[in-house]
Design a protein. Structure first.
Length: 129
């Protein structure tokens, strides 16, 4: 399977959030925080809005670094979710934009997280009790 992007590009605004998240959580690497953010967005049942500006890149991470040992899982979940949201899977540009929209939304969702424990609680599955 091919990844949705070769390079994960992150906007200046998202970088500012990531800098704060590194300080608040103690997580050292952009890719760790970005994977969490991306999964948070995928868990949101509402499709992300595509409000990307292509010239605004503050961080550039290779796909292999972003995905780490979860490359196949992240590619598969991206394609499954894109198909569910009726994204044209034949269009590499559409899938790439969809991926970036999820990543940016996920990073934005981290703005109010104050600590690593709060991040873990925010990502914990909801119990029926």
């Amino acid at each position: 399977m091919k990844p949705p992007v070769d390079h994960v590009r992150i906007s200046t605004k998202a970088k500012e959030i990531l800098v704060r998240m590194k300080k608040r959580t103690g997580l050292e690497h952009w890719n760790e925080i970005c994977r969490i953010a991306y999964c948070r967005s995928l868990a949101n049942p509402i499709p992300p809005t595509n409000t990307l500006s292509h010239g605004n890149t503050a961080i550039d991470i290779e796909w292999k670094t972003f995905a780490g040992p979860f490359q196949n899982e992240l590619i598969a979940t991206t394609l499954i979710r894109a198909a569910k949201d009726k994204i044209d899977l034949q269009s590499k540009e559409s899938v790439a934009n969809y991926f970036r929209a999820h990543l940016e939304r996920g990073i934005a969702s981290l703005q109010n997280i104050r600590s690593l424990s709060e991040l873990a609680i925010a990502n914990a599955p909801k119990s029926d009790h």
